[in-house]
Write a protein that binds this ligand. Structure first.
Ligand code: GAL
Length: 339
């Protein structure tokens, strides 16, 4: 009861800060993995391959807009590829991780210039945002690709506010290397890392960013060499760094694998599949995108892709148990942050 009152007050004051937008409360505090999830305006949350940022007690969720018809382009049929027209990157905010309000499309796709990285024919995936304490800017990195995924670049965009809009700067091949599925990790010392599937998805790179987070510093480490991993989610717990990744089977799910290290730019120890009771070996029919530490818990966040109906893909969020260097992820039909 008291908890609900506190959340209500929080949302009331946040709503005040947000130009008095109306925020309606969800009827429960339960997270239901894989089930359709409505925002506070009763529209399906549309933010796939998402990245999360906690800034001044508000949680910001950035994700791919999957909207409209899904089709299978000839150029990617060989690996069962499918796509929707790119629309941009949605941003939602919440204070309780249950009730989400759309802040808007913060990096819009471009209609008229087909050569532009953000043209609607391109692939805009896995956006992640971190805050730079020195510059006071919010920096987004995302996967930019051509329809056949041969462009394999990382795009960078910047904003003065977590609610955007983000100003697109450019795309690069970090350290001269291919970059597809990607994430960001900001360490306690303010150093930030861009982690991307490289070398035709065979090997991942951990690339330290420059002090302003807008370009690679030049220092990078090849990890999971020839292991063919993607969908990276990196986090830190008790001084250890953890990585959860997926295998490379397009939109179809496969077993997750995690790894641990004391030094993010050092040697990683591969530990195996963190999922317990996942009899089909499909990460509970999902593919990871982020791990969010929130309210004393670590939440594994993943996408349950619908390959032929991408806009109806759902989200699988599960609480993780961490014991020394081991991670366990179990299935719950529904669970509460307070349990
Ligand atoms: C997956 C990747 C997704 C998306 C998809 C396209 O392997 O993790 O982000 O790129 O392929 O088929």
């Amino acid at each position: 009861m008291l908890h609900n009152v506190i959340i209500l007050l929080f949302i009331y004051f946040q709503a005040g800060n947000m130009n008095h937008e109306k925020v309606m409360l969800h009827d429960s505090d339960l997270i239901r993995p894989g089930k359709p999830w409505m925002d506070v305006d009763n529209r399906p949350i549309n933010a796939h391959g998402g990245g999360f940022l906690i800034h001044e007690d508000t949680v910001w969720w950035y994700g791919e807009i999957k909207d409209g018809e899904t089709w299978e382009p000839e150029s990617i049929r060989e690996w069962n590829g499918s796509r929707v027209e790119a629309k941009g990157i949605n941003c939602y905010w919440s204070v309780d991780l249950i009730n989400w309000k759309l802040a808007g499309n913060v990096l819009k796709a471009i209609e008229h210039d087909s050569a532009h990285d953000l043209h609607s024919s391109k692939v805009l995936e896995r956006p992640k945002v971190i805050f730079n304490d020195k510059t006071g800017k919010f920096v987004m990195w995302l996967h930019i690709d051509s329809q056949d995924y041969s462009y394999s670049r990382a795009g960078v965009a910047i904003s003065d506010s977590p609610r955007g809009p983000f100003k697109y700067i450019e795309s690069i091949r970090p350290n001269g290397q291919m970059s597809r599925d990607q994430t960001l990790f900001k360490d306690d010392d303010g150093r930030a890392y861009h982690i991307y599937a490289s070398e035709e998805n065979m090997t991942m790179h951990v690339s330290r960013l420059s002090d302003d987070y807008l370009s690679p510093s030049g220092e990078y480490k090849r990890i999971f060499i020839d292991r063919h991993r993607e969908a990276p989610a990196f986090f830190k717990h008790d001084g250890k760094y953890f990585a959860i990744t997926s295998g490379c089977t397009g939109w179809d799910p496969n077993p997750a694998e995690y790894a641990v290290t004391d030094d993010i730019m050092g040697e990683w120890k591969v530990m195996g599949d963190p999922c317990i009771g996942d009899t089909r070996g499909t990460t509970f029919d999902s593919q990871g995108t982020y791990v969010l530490p929130f309210s004393g818990k670590y939440i594994f966040m993943a996408d349950r892709w619908q390959r032929l109906d991408l806009e109806n893909s759902t989200y699988v969020w599960l609480p993780m148990e961490i014991e020394n260097d081991k991670i366990h992820i179990k299935w719950y039909d529904q669970w509460s942050l307070n349990q």
